[in-house]
Ligand binder design. Structure first.
Ligand SMILES: [Zn+2]
Ligand SMILES: [Zn+2]
Length: 148
């Protein structure tokens, strides 16, 4: 798997990801400017970075958000998740060179979604994190065709 920012200054190579998830949290939405962020997850050292070093913004004391300092493309969420075995790094799916083959499997932080937005899949939706023992509260859109 390969990818990079819009201008090509920051590039990366990575193996098969461990998880591909939709994240509806406000911080991911702010960082990307999108209605939902889709993240491709790795253990920190599995990604090999090439070219310019990404710039890091701390969105909270232990969460890093990486971006290209030349073109501004949001690239990563980086943080420590004990339940998943340590330091994780996730790249935003549309920075990969072939997002067609990376298919998400669930939605996290669905409670923070933009209220008129949902996706017509049957994937599990979690109120918050999925890996803290939580159970999904829905399998499929909760809006049922309504925008309210
Ligand atoms: Zn760039
Ligand atoms: Zn998020």
């Amino acid at each position: 798997m390969t990818g990079g920012c819009m201008c090509g200054a920051v590039r990366y190579e990575a193996p098969e990801p461990h998880a591909i998830v939709y994240c509806h949290c406000e911080s991911c939405r702010k960082h990307t400017g999108a209605v939902v962020a889709t993240l491709v997850g790795y253990i920190k050292n599995e990604i090999r970075w090439i070219g310019d070093e990404r710039k890091i913004y701390l969105s909270s004391p232990d969460i890093k958000r990486g971006f290209c300092k030349k073109c501004g493309t949001p690239l990563t969420w980086e943080g420590h998740v004990k339940e998943l075995g340590g330091d994780l790094i996730e790249v935003f799916i549309s920075t990969t060179d072939n997002p067609d083959v990376l298919i998400p499997s669930f939605h996290i932080w669905h409670d923070e979604r933009i209220k008129w937005f949902d996706i017509a899949d049957d994937l599990p939706r979690y109120h918050g994190w999925a890996h803290d023992g939580s159970k999904p509260y829905s399998h499929g859109p909760i809006l049922k065709g309504s925008i309210r």
